[in-house]
Design a protein around this ligand. Structure first.
Ligand code: NAP
Ligand code: MG
Length: 402
């Protein structure tokens, strides 16, 4: 069989620990034998980030802007312990944060649904994709403890010096206050990323805030979404047969619980933080969550939602056997390869991505899986495989399919 060719390189961002081990296994077993893999390689492993003073992260984000599609391995976000472990020059920032800021993107997280790993919510039949606005609100707040009676005001001083004031509260005793902000440009980017991704995946888009209570702040989010939808996306949505639906956040939560899935739920920063943990744990396993960063210009960076699985890596270093689930990392590759195929009119590449995903799902549904899934599956007598054995089992399924 001829290997599939690629006309444009994929931006490849290598990472750390156990996922770095899986990364190489995935390439050796599931990609190199079938594709003339064309990537522009960036080593985002912590050692190399440290050597390059984190320039490699910036370069990889620039390359994503140039080529449009990237695939990323999980990476360590340094903390105090990592400073000593890796003898770091600085506590480098989270690569995901750096890349997200440079691409001005929104992260979409969706579970991989397979028979035998059943969601806690019985009526969820299809994935629910959560989009979280990653700027502002309570995450960039300013807070004060109010020790005793006094007046608290919001004051806006324009550049010409004119002031606008609003009384927050006339305190008669002690209390607390908090100031929050957001920026129209950021909300606009968020909205465009959501509408773009809805079209891209042919799914309805839901958005919810508390605009009945927050008549200016949340209402601003609602208005921006509506305006961009009407101006730029309404026609395309009609053509695609999908809808944009706005409701109140409490109504959205109630509807999500009763829905069957298959839509994108756009959330403000805090709602997205809370709801993505709820949705991902209800769907079963962090190791089965995919994640894609989508910029308003339509640049894509695919990855797994989980981290570098440090605990398994330390076992691996001691020579002990590991059973680490590679599915979300494989789906990062297939997502990126399919997107590359779409952009380059390379049908063979997109078809290969579809088949590799099917091979992962089928392997699990046949009862071959890693330990994390074996612990929660409804299938009887699953075969528990080690990290490498699972990837080899997927290869066997794939070879039968091709
Ligand atoms: P983690 O890597 O997500 O793993 C936490 C635990 O979840 C693991 O110990 C394991 O549980 C389970 N798990 C996660 N992925 C799994 C998989 N593929 N297969 C089987 N089990 C899996 O989080 P962490 O250990 O807290 O963080 C490790 C490093 O990852 C940190 O340095 C953090 O900065 C980084 N991180 C990076 C990203 C990213 O690059 N996107 C995201 C999150 C965290 P058991 O140990 O019980 O088996
Ligand atoms: Mg959280």
């Amino acid at each position: 069989m001829d290997k599939i060719k690629m006309s444009t390189p994929l931006v490849e961002m290598d990472g750390d620990e156990m996922t770095r081990i899986l990364w190489q296994l995935i390439k050796d077993e599931l990609l190199f034998p079938f594709i003339e893999l064309n990537t522009e390689y960036y080593d985002l492993g912590l050692e190399h980030r440290n050597e390059t003073n984190d320039q490699v992260t910036v370069d990889s984000a620039e390359a994503t802007k140039k080529y449009g599609v990237a695939v990323k391995c999980a990476t360590i976000t340094p903390n105090a312990a990592r400073m000593t472990e890796y003898n770091l020059k600085e506590m480098w920032k989270s690569p995901n944060g750096t890349i997200r800021a440079m691409l001005d993107g929104t992260v979409f997280r969706a579970p991989i649904v397979v028979k035998g790993i059943e969601p806690c919510v019985r009526n969820w039949k299809k994935p629910i994709t959560i989009a979280r606005h990653a700027y502002g609100d309570v995450y960039k707040n300013v807070e004060m403890k109010i020790p005793a009676a006094g007046k608290c005001e919001l004051v806006y001083t324009a550049e010409d010096g004119t002031e606008t004031r609003e009384v927050i509260h006339n305190f008669t005793g002690s209390g607390v206050i908090q100031g929050q902000h957001n920026i129209d440009a950021s909300i606009e980017s968020f909205a465009r990323s959501c509408f773009t991704y809805a079209l891209d995946t042919n799914q309805d888009l839901w958005f919810a805030t508390k605009d009945t209570i927050s008549k200016k702040y949340d209402h601003n989010f609602k208005d921006i979404f509506q305006e961009i939808f009407e101006k730029e996306f309404e026609g395309k949505f009609k053509e695609a047969g999908i809808t944009y639906f706005y409701t109140l956040i409490d109504d959205a939560v109630a509807r999500v619980m009763k829905a069957e899935g298959g839509f994108i739920w756009a959330c403000k920063n805090y709602d997205g933080d809370v709801m993505s943990d709820m949705v991902s744990s209800a769907f079963g396993s962090l190791a089965m969550m995919t994640s894609v960063l989508v910029s308003p210009q339509g640049y894509y960076e695919y990855e797994a939602a989980h981290g570098t699985v440090q605990r398994h890596y330390y076992k691996h270093l001691k020579g002990e056997e590991t059973s680490t689930n590679s599915v979300a990392t494989i789906f990062a590759w297939t997502g990126a390869l399919r997107k590359r195929g779409e952009l380059d009119n390379n049908q063979k590449l997109s078809d290969f991505a579809d088949k590799l995903e099917k091979a992962c799902v089928q392997t699990i549904e046949e009862g071959k899986m890693t330990k994390d899934l074996a612990l929660i599956t409804t299938l009887e007598n699953p075969t528990v495989l080690n990290s490498e054995g699972f990837i080899k089992a997927i290869r066997e399924t794939l070879e039968k399919m091709l």
